[in-house]
Design a protein. Structure first.
Length: 301
C-alpha cells in the first residue's frame, strides 16, 4: 500500500471522526445503526477512536429480520459485550405478529421492506433524533444523493427538496420535534477504502466475508445460501461451493460469489479487480431500477 494511499485513509478517518463528534455535539440521543456488516463495524470502530479513552457514547440499534445469518448475530453479540455498549433491537417478527406489517410470499420473498416500519418504530420508541448509518456513495446510485446529515420528516421519510446545504464543514442538525436525521460519516469512502482500512487497522469482521465452503443454490445469478428459510424451486439443486459474501443482509436474498479470498489481503486484491457493485448479488435490489430509491424515500436507510 503506497504512502499516498495511507495518507488518504488518514484523511477519510479524520473526516469520519469529525462527523461522529458533530453528531454527539448536536443531537440528544443518537444511535449507530448496526447490521453486523463491514460498514457498520467500521463506523463503530471509528466511534471508538473518536471518543477514546472514553467508551463509545452511542447505543447500537439493530433491526432483526429474523432471517439473519447466525454468524452475524453471534458477531453482533460478541462485539456489544467487548465494547460495553447498549444494544437496541427492533424485531420484524414482532411487527408481523402485531399486524404492523404483512409477510411477503413467493420465491424471492424478503423481509427487507418490512424493516422500514420496524426501524421507524424503534426510532420513535427510543426517542432517537439521529441514526448513524454506514451508507457510502459508491454502494448504490440511490445513496449517491445523500449528505452527511440527512433530514427525515416526522413520518421518517426522505425528501430530496428538504435537505440542508453543507458548505465546507458546516453541518446543520436543527429539526422540529418528531423529525430526525440520518448521519453518514463514511459517505466518501469506497468499498476499496473500507477493506484497505480494515486491513490496516486489523479490524475483525464476520467469517462470512472470507471464502469458505457452504451449501448454496444458484438463483438470480448468485449463490444463495441454504437455510431453514429457503424454499427450493423445481429444478434447483443444492451444491457445495467455496463462496464469500461482499455484503450481508437477509440470508434469503444475499448472494455469495465463488472465491478463493480467505484472507483480508486476498479480499483487497479481489475487490480491486471487481467490475460489479457489491450489491449486485442482492436479489432485492434487482426487483426494479428504483428498488433502493423507493425504500429510501420511505425511511429504509
Amino acid at each position: 500500500m503506497s504512502k499516498y494511499y495511507l495518507n488518504y485513509l488518514d484523511e477519510l478517518e479524520s473526516e469520519a471522526i469529525y462527523i461522529l463528534r458533530e453528531v454527539w455535539a448536536q443531537f440528544e440521543n443518537p444511535v449507530i445503526l448496526f447490521s453486523g456488516g463491514k460498514d457498520s463495524i467500521l463506523v463503530t470502530h471509528l466511534a471508538k477512536k473518536a471518543f477514546y479513552p472514553s467508551k463509545i457514547p452511542f447505543s447500537l440499534m439493530h433491526v432483526d429480520t429474523g432471517h439473519n445469518f447466525p454468524e452475524t448475530i453471534q458477531f453482533r453479540d460478541d462485539l456489544v459485550k467487548e465494547f460495553g455498549v447498549q444494544l437496541l433491537v427492533g424485531s420484524v417478527q414482532e411487527a408481523i405478529d402485531e399486524g404492523r406489517v404483512a409477510e411477503e410470499r413467493g420465491k424471492n420473498a424478503t423481509r427487507n421492506v418490512l424493516q422500514i416500519t420496524t426501524l421507524l418504530d424503534a426510532i420513535e420508541k427510543n426517542k432517537v433524533d439521529c441514526a448513524i448509518g454506514g451508507g457510502r456513495r459508491d454502494e448504490e446510485k440511490a445513496r449517491a444523493k445523500e449528505r452527511f446529515f440527512s433530514h427525515r420528516d416526522d413520518f421518517g421519510q426522505w425528501d430530496p427538496k428538504n435537505q440542508r446545504p453543507e458548505l465546507w464543514n458546516i453541518l446543520n442538525g436543527k429539526h422540529f420535534e418528531g423529525e430526525h436525521f440520518r448521519a453518514f460519516p463514511i459517505s466518501n469512502w469506497t468499498e476499496m477504502d473500507v477493506w484497505n482500512y480494515i486491513l490496516r487497522e486489523n479490524i475483525e469482521v464476520p467469517s462470512l466475508y472470507l471464502a469458505h465452503d457452504r451449501d448454496v443454490v444458484w438463483r438470480s445469478d448468485s449463490w444463495i445460501p441454504v437455510s431453514d428459510h429457503l424454499k427450493l424451486e423445481e429444478g434447483e439443486k443444492i451444491e457445495n461451493k467455496k463462496v464469500r459474501f461482499r455484503t450481508l443482509g437477509d440470508i434469503t436474498i444475499t448472494g455469495g460469489l465463488e472465491s478463493e479470498a480467505d484472507t483480508l489481503e486476498k479480499i483487497v486484491a479481489e475487490v480491486a479487480a471487481m467490475k460489479q457493485t457489491e450489491r449486485g448479488n442482492r436479489t432485492d435490489d434487482k426487483r426494479s431500477e428504483s428498488a433502493m430509491e423507493d425504500r429510501k424515500r420511505q425511511g429504509y436507510f
